[in-house]
Design a protein around this ligand. Structure first.
Ligand code: GLU
Length: 338
């Protein structure tokens, strides 16, 4: 087995001289309090080290991304006081900072992975995979891709192509081990079953997969640390594997706890009343949002209104409590009163 844990991340040595972090929203909805929480922690972790912040729009999903969300997210970040040094509006040395403008680059890396023999065409349809998952022996497969197309012969591939079936491209995970070090949660070890097995880097309709695009962008934009929600934690081994196959150093990772409503449901894009633009319309001030979130992160003893820079010198990511944030039932009143 090949160990793909970056040694620098594991032992905390060889920290790059200059920290580069990124805010990487998907413009598939407006920003809510949960996004504000993880972006604030990401922003503080970079600013506290005097680093550089990149804003990157991850509009790779053509069906769900919309220009009005791009504008809305940038407006909400500015409203909160979370600024950036490089991004779609201000440019920078490693642009473009919009994924839909980087398709040629993704194609180039896919070709490289193909030439190295890491990628294979997969003709399975979603329907077939769903049927397999509900078959009597589904537990044998778990939720992971069972590798049906891994060993197709060239003739079988040609036959399927001749039938008009479009292939997705999957990356073969092989027997690489799956550990990585998380700055908040320590050493993480997942099996490929838990991570979904061989995963798509390009869908059968030609859309590039998030796993691939995010690694290429982070590598090209010299990102050294990633702070993001822990809903993405199970994706990280796949991403570390891509770094490994491309021969590039992986950044350090911190997956922060998520935000839930008072009934224990994770905040999602459909929870419109937690959107920052709705709070703004209800008269909530940005200092109230930042001060409240800073309080929940243990950065101040009470939810007093504050600007983000108030915490940027003393902030230490490792001190953020490793527990989910559950909002009060009357959170909007709480915020309005600050
Ligand atoms: N664009 C992703 C999202 O909004 C985040 C990707 C990442 O931080 O790696 O869920």
């Amino acid at each position: 087995m090949t160990n793909i844990v970056p040694e620098s991340a594991r032992i905390g040595l060889l920290q790059p001289a200059s920290v580069r972090g990124r805010l990487a929203p998907s413009p598939t909805g407006y920003m809510h309090l949960g996004n504000a929480w993880s972006f604030l922690l990401c922003w503080l972790s970079v600013r506290s080290k005097g680093g550089t912040l990149v804003l990157r729009m991850e509009d790779i999903d053509p069906d769900r991304s919309r220009p009005e969300y791009v504008d809305g997210i940038m407006r909400d970040l500015e409203w909160l006081g979370l600024n950036w040094d490089e991004g779609p509006d201000v440019g920078g040395p490693y642009g473009p900072y919009v994924q839909s403008q980087r398709y040629d680059r993704y194609e180039e890396v896919i070709r490289q992975l193909q030439e190295q023999g890491h990628v294979y065409p997969c003709f399975c349809t979603r329907k077939e995979l769903r049927a397999l998952a509900s078959a009597p022996h589904a537990e044998d497969y778990g939720a992971a891709y069972p590798g049906l197309c891994l060993n197709l012969t060239q003739a079988e591939r040609e036959e399927r192509t001749a039938q008009g079936r479009n292939a997705a491209l999957r990356l073969h995970c092989g027997d690489h081990s799956l550990g990585f070090h998380d700055l908040l949660r320590g050493d993480i070890c997942l099996t490929w079953e838990e991570c979904g097995g061989d995963f798509a880097v390009r869908r059968s309709d030609g859309v590039f997969a998030y796993q691939l695009a995010v690694v290429i962008d982070d590598a090209d934009q010299h990102i050294t640390q990633i702070v993001r929600g822990d809903d993405i934690l199970h994706c990280t081994p796949r991403q570390v594997l891509i770094y490994h196959l491309l021969g590039k150093p992986a950044p350090s990772y911190a997956h922060v706890p998520l935000v839930f409503d008072h009934e224990g449901e994770r905040l999602a894009k459909r929870h419109h009343h937690f959107e920052l633009r709705m709070l703004r319309e209800a008269g909530v001030r940005p200092e109230a949002v930042v001060g409240y979130l800073a309080f929940r992160a243990g950065l101040q003893p009470e939810p007093a209104p504050a600007r983000p820079e108030a915490f940027s010198h003393s902030f230490m990511l490792e001190k953020v409590p490793p527990v989910r944030v559950v909002l009060e039932q009357d959170i909007i009143n709480v915020l309005s009163s600050l």
